[in-house]
Ligand binder design. Structure first.
Ligand SMILES: *Cc1c(COP(=O)(O)O)cnc(C)c1O
Length: 222
């Protein structure tokens, strides 16, 4: 198995779409990330703060790092100096902490609101209505060091392709609605982060423009 070959195979297959490919490198050693970097990958996603920080310190400085996992408020400070995009923001409390830490570094940090689209109860995320209230409420105006750049969603873990498609479609509709409805200088809904190794083609067909692909690039995580 070659990481570079996996990467190029995916890119070739998806050449009709416009998207950002985030290579999800969690649990994988630096040598794997270096191989992907050599093959041209510049966006990497991790889901644990400590691992993300360690990799950021050692690997190429022009990598765009994405925090894709659930983020605890007390850990925001470790990634605030460099993080490119935080995908799984699911509370105003977390947004406030990101804002505070971003301000310390004179940065504006892009955030995606994680929206709960799956059937399972145990996945994180805001409901459509909660997200809409957050976007339309007055709270964002005080948080000058964050911007909302879009949404992230994870479909139900099922073999039912039609169900997955409908969940992605629902989030795309919401994304389009909010783009029309919300007019706020700190809301720039550009990214729709949907699709992983098992469902990224489906996600792109349904309007995703940012896919988070781990095992299809780096191999299974055992
Ligand atoms: C692990 C993970 C991925 C990648 O999963 P694969 O199935 O290996 O592609 C994508 N998104 C999130 C939030 C993850 O935690």
């Amino acid at each position: 198995m070659s990481i570079g070959a996996n990467l190029h195979k995916i890119e070739e297959k998806l050449s009709d779409f416009i998207y950002t490919l985030v290579g999800v490198s969690k649990t994988k050693p630096n040598s794997y990330l270096e191989e992907a970097y050599q093959a041209g990958l510049r966006h990497f996603g991790e889901n644990k703060v400590q691992e993300l920080v360690q990799k950021q310190e050692t690997l190429a400085q022009d990598i765009h790092w994405h925090m894709i996992g659930h983020l605890q408020s007390n850990k925001v400070k470790y990634i605030a100096p460099f993080i490119h995009l935080i995908h799984a923001v699911d509370s105003l409390k977390l947004l406030k902490e990101i804002n505070k830490q971003a301000a310390k570094h004179q940065r504006v940090i892009g955030c995606l609101l994680q929206i709960h689209i799956a059937e399972e109860e145990n996945k994180f995320g805001l409901g459509f209505e909660e997200a809409e209230n957050l976007l339309l409420g007055g709270e964002l105006s005080a948080l000058k060091n964050i911007e909302i750049h879009g949404f992230m969603g994870m479909a139900t873990n099922t073999d039912d392709q039609e169900q997955i498609r409908m969940e992605f479609r629902g989030l795309k509709l919401f994304f389009d609605d909010m783009n029309i409805l919300v007019n706020h200088p700190q809301v720039k809904l550009a990214h729709l982060s949907m699709g992983m190794s098992g469902d990224y083609e489906l996600a792109l067909e349904e309007g995703s423009n940012m896919i988070r692909v781990g095992s299809a690039i780096f191999g299974s995580r055992g």
